[in-house]
Design a protein around this ligand. Structure first.
Ligand SMILES: NC(=O)c1ccc[n+]([C@@H]2O[C@H](COP(=O)([O-])OP(=O)(O)OC[C@H]3O[C@@H](n4cnc5c(N)ncnc54)[C@H](OP(=O)(O)O)[C@@H]3O)[C@@H](O)[C@H]2O)c1
Length: 283
């Protein structure tokens, strides 16, 4: 059986969708904190099991009979290293034969502080001796595209990414890659650097919103602390404002750029264009 953690999340759902196209539902296990959230998957015949990264007791029973496991990184930033170790230990005990983990693009050299929890996890996976494949995912295009309606309203995109080029891809592209890896042989030991085929600066992003909406939208580049204040004063919790402003600052240093095209090679098609993703947010 193939199991996917975080199956109630946006990426997890897309991975299950991709797997369902090529696998019997009874061979898929959706691991979630709250089974009711994925009642629709259960109705399709997917096996649903409760598994909380923070509650080790839930993990071993949830992994019984699982041969391949996709560990989607937790969304609880700051607690992830310990949470992921719980999953890795349970996977080892359950005899999982391939662990795939969604890490961060260039986690070993990235200027984004987010890398540290991913590196901890990559190290823990290595030390566990489990056969594993690392999917170092770049930025989701949806992260920026989600801000497009507000940019349209204010006539401005704000950020601190300077001239940094962002090679993002749609969540669905990363999900497709995870599904390919889970369904392919000989993946153990591989590390994929996954990013979009095209890259853009935040000025290009603002220009694209202007083009699609017909309204003038400019990019206003701020310092990291100005951007942090803007996000915080706009109502975001401080840790999220810090994470976003630090990540934008990392993007300014090239942290979200990659031109290896490993993602499109893996999924056998070009990655989804910014133009396409934006349409879904501006329509
Ligand atoms: N590459 C990027 O641009 C980017 C952007 C954002 C996030 N990420 C990372 O990629 C992951 C997947 O992205 P996404 O868009 O699918 O995020 P998402 O929609 O927020 O989903 C996060 C998933 O993690 C689960 N989760 C959180 N804490 C858990 C715990 N203690 N035990 C079990 N499950 C737990 C959530 O379960 P519940 O439904 O129970 O909450 C949810 O299913 C995120 O969690 C984050 O680590 C990457």
């Amino acid at each position: 059986m193939i199991a996917v953690t975080g199956a109630s999340g946006q990426l997890g759902r897309l991975v299950i969708e991709q797997l369902l196209a090529k696998t019997e539902p009874s061979q898929l296990v959706a691991l979630v904190r709250t089974p009711e959230k994925v009642a629709d998957l259960q109705q399709k015949g997917v096996v649903v099991r409760a598994a909380d990264y923070a509650q080790p007791d839930t993990l071993l029973p949830a992994l019984q009979g699982v041969k391949k496991l996709l560990l989607i990184s937790s969304s609880e930033v700051g607690q992830r290293s310990a949470q992921h170790v719980n999953v890795i230990n349970a996977a080892k005990q359950a005899g999982v034969e391939l662990l795939a983990y969604t890490s961060l693009l260039h986690a070993d050299t990235s200027p984004l502080p987010l890398r540290f929890e991913h590196l901890d996890t990559e190290k823990a996976i290595k030390e566990s001796g489990l056969p594993a494949v690392i999917l170092r995912n770049g930025w989701y295009t949806e992260n920026y595209a989600g801000a497009a309606p507000s940019a349209f309203e204010h006539g401005a995109v704000f950020g601190c990414a300077g001239e940094g080029k962002i090679a993002s891809a749609a969540r669905a592209d990363y999900a497709a890659a995870a599904a390919v890896v889970l369904l392919s042989a000989d993946q153990a030991g591989r590390v994929y650097e996954l990013a979009g085929d095209e890259s853009y600066t935040l000025k290009d992003f603002a220009d694209e919103i202007a083009k699609q909406s017909g309204k003038a939208v400019e990019y206003k580049n701020l310092t990291q602390s100005e951007y942090f204040d803007l996000l915080k004063n706009g109502g975001l919790p401080e840790p999220i404002a810090a994470m976003l402003s630090e990540s934008d600052n990392g993007a300014a240093q090239g942290g979200l750029f990659d031109d290896s095209k490993q993602l499109s090679q893996l999924i056998g098609r070009p990655t989804t264009l910014l133009t396409e993703v934006l349409k879904g947010f501006l329509l």
